[in-house]
Design a protein around this ligand. Sequence first.
Ligand code: G1P
Length: 297
Amino acid sequence: MSKFKVTKAVIPVAGMGTRFLPATKAMPKEMLPLIDKPVIQYVVEEAVAAGLDDVLMITGRNKNALENHFDRATELEHTLTAKGDHGKLDKVQESTDLANVHYVRQGDPLGLGHAVLRAKAHVAEHSFAVLLGDDVIDSRDVLLAKMLEVHESTGSNVIALMEVDPDQIHLYGCASVVPTDDPDVVTISHLVEKPKNEDAPSNLAVIGRYVLRQEMFGVLEQTAPGRGGEIQLTDALQTAAADPSIAGGVVGVIFKGRRYDTGDKLDFIKATLRIGVDRSDIGEDLRAWLHDFAKEI
Ligand code: G1P
């Protein structure tokens, strides 16, 4: 198997979710539901849809609900079986049968780069994907499959980029890029984590999908704490972009589809509505209500 053939996904979910307090006081932010499915299930479904059914979650304290969600719920399953309620039983079992989910705890919360390093033993000598647990990519828009394809053909690390309002760029990793023959693919010349808006080299934001070569573990081990005193994945990728002989350089796939930052309250509501209006069960009623509501406000 080519060492650039990816089979494993790493999903860091150790963050505390402070933007959603008090909802996240006793529950992981990744368990908040978009309609009736927790955010984390959308992310795992995305990995599986791209062919990655070996999933490693980097967890922390208070994340037991996540493990329970992907495990059997024997008592509930028995009750639904006894009632003959197969529709609901399917819903309960869907997340259990979705993927092979593994867990490792992050331990000290030393940043995204540190969380990714915790995957080293599990992914061993292959390239792997990283999906940030609170970024949801609408399943109707393709991103990860394209990134895997670009990784296999170039052997470079691949990041996902999206144009954002220049006044939002301080919330993201930011890239300087050089075009390639493919209009959706760029070569990364420089990366900086959360620059001030006025210092940002572009309005291209790094969003939460990465395909990384295993050499990035070595780079991460050498990466000193950066912004916020944390080991930043962006800084390690900047090292790889600056010297392609280290880990094959970095390319970017420009995403123009629908991405929801479910860690942000407004984006969370937008995601609920965007997904809701196209649902076969509630979509029609929700659309009609939204039209009326829009006239009211
Ligand atoms: C992380 C990354 C950042 C990236 C962002 C995407 O930041 O460090 O480079 O732009 O995810 O969501 P966080 O949002 O975890 O602070």
